[in-house]
Write a protein that binds this ligand. Structure first.
Ligand code: UDX
Length: 460
């Protein structure tokens, strides 16, 4: 089939390459000419495992190319995927739909008759219906469908080629057939296919992200209870996760979630529910958001307490800048929010990350960066593990102990072998694990210090 993919950010670049890999002829579209030039040279615009190889293969085979022209795209195919961003509005928690609207507005007059426009962007429920009404004015034979994307950064190629499920929201059999044909290679190997109306499809995405974010904040709330009671949240998470009704995944306690999806998606969902007059049904999402930001604050508080109540004159080595491992994305990165808050209180902060330093430098130019772990930690009074890259699990704590001034570690992601670090002479602390310090009470002190909320929100 011939298809276009409009928007070549995370979702679009990966979707375009994966669709070409499964045999379709694909034209990717973006207004960013530099990005288009680099994609045509088979260079991924972001760090994503496997994407460069996939682009090399599919661009090389001629099945995938990129353009800046929407008119060319409209002529090229009758099936168009919209993959543009839906960030948080600058002035409110709601989603900013201007990019989606602009694409539909520009496509409407040039679409070939009978075209199908399929949204993949995460949007408030009701968006597809609104866009369908818009299309009816100038392109009455065109149709809108919604097909939410569930890919995770860091495993985006795998998630797209081997999805756990496909969800499409359509208003006609013809649209369902077209989407079944697009995804035929996945359907042949038994990927569950949910064909529903566009509103349900839009809501599946909002509900899935809200549920996952809730799981993370739930376990982080338990971490705080553990801190207050002398219990251990990592054991608690494993033990409740063994219950198959609960499940082990997304119960990793720590610094909480960031990135370009969960934070803005739960806020947009709550704002949409408010508009629909059912805001009360999802007030818990405000708490999910609040608990998440609170973990950043608690990490700063713990670190401050450990260095004696003030960061002034202290050196802090930070391990991790990306919002999650295997990604160079620093949008709303909890790691950078914490690093910047600590620096704002007077510490010299040196940040290491295997992939995200360039993006981090752009977002937080005042922090110091290093591409070498021992350099970032040299003479540090405290090392903070803030993004759980595998590189950090492979650190030899005995070697790093020889580099720092004081072997003191905060494992804010609860993924390091903290007992190995302790055996190598480190004092180790972690949120939700007060007994690591030999105490049944936390070392967190907040009195006299209040990190402002704004300081913990990270960058967009
Ligand atoms: C998420 C959804 O998983 C994906 O389906 C959706 O399409 C986009 O949003 P992504 O943002 O790439 O994907 O990352 P994900 O792996 O889900 O992690 C999100 C954040 O939660 C990260 O900051 C991660 O560190 C954090 N997290 C995840 C936890 O703190 N604890 C966990 O148990 C899991």
């Amino acid at each position: 089939m011939r298809i276009t993919v409009i928007g070549t950010g995370y979702v679009g670049a990966v979707h375009a390459a994966c669709m070409a890999e499964t045999g379709h002829e694909v034209l990717g579209v973006d207004i960013d000419a530099d990005r288009i030039a680099s994609l045509n040279a088979a260079k991924a615009p972001m760090h994503e495992p496997g994407l460069d190889d996939l682009l090399t293969r599919t661009v090389g085979s001629g099945r995938l190319r990129f353009t800046t022209s929407l008119t060319e795209a409209a002529a090229f195919a009758q099936l168009h995927f919209i993959c543009v961003g839906t960030p948080q509005r600058p002035d409110s928690p709601a989603a900013d739909l201007r990019h989606v609207d602009a694409v539909v507005e520009a496509l409407a007059p040039v679409l070939r008759p009978g075209s199908l426009v399929v949204g993949k962007s995460t949007v408030p429920v009701g968006t597809a219906a609104r866009l369908a009404a818009r299309l009816r004015k100038t392109a009455p034979q065109a149709e809108i469908a919604w097909n939410p994307e569930f890919l995770r950064e860091g495993s985006a190629v795998r998630d797209t080629l081997w999805p756990e499920r496909l969800v499409v929201g359509v208003t006609s059999e013809r649209a369902e057939e077209a989407l079944r044909e697009v995804y035929a290679p996945m359907l042949r190997v038994g990927v569950p296919f949910f064909c529903t109306d566009p509103s349900t499809a839009e809501l599946v995405k909002a509900a899935a992200n809200s549920f996952l974010a809730t799981k993370i904040s739930f376990i982080n709330a338990m971490a705080e209870i553990c801190d207050a009671s002398g219990a251990d949240v990592t054991t608690l998470a494993e033990a409740i996760g063994e219950d198959s009704r609960i499940g082990r995944s997304f119960l990793q306690p720590g610094l909480g979630f960031g990135g370009s999806c969960f934070p803005k998606d739960i806020r947009a969902f709550a704002a949409r529910a408010e508009e629909l007059g059912v805001g009360d049904a999802v007030t818990f999402l405000h708490q999910v958001d609040g608990i998440n930001i609170r973990q950043r604050r608690r990490s700063v508080d713990l670190a401050r307490a450990l260095v004696g109540g003030s960061f002034a004159g202290r050196t802090v080595g930070v391990l991790g800048a990306a919002f999650k491992p295997e990604s160079d994305d620093v949008r709303d990165s909890p790691a950078l929010a914490v690093a910047a808050a600590i620096q704002a209180e007077g510490a010299e902060v040196r940040v290491h990350d295997p992939a995200a330093i360039d993006n981090a430098r752009t977002a937080f130019p005042d922090l110091k960066y290093s591409l070498v772990i021992p350099e970032a930690c040299e003479d540090a009074d405290l090392v903070m593990h803030l993004t759980p890259w595998q590189d950090y699990a492979e650190i030899d704590p005995a070697v790093l102990a020889g580099v720092v001034r004081i072997p003191l570690l905060v494992d804010a992601r609860n993924t390091l072998d903290v007992h190995a670090w302790q055996r190598a002479g480190w004092r180790v602390r972690a949120l939700g694990r007060p007994r690591l310090g030999g105490a049944s009470r936390p070392l967190v002190q907040t009195a006299g210090h209040e990190v402002p909320d704004g300081a913990l929100l990270g960058s967009n």
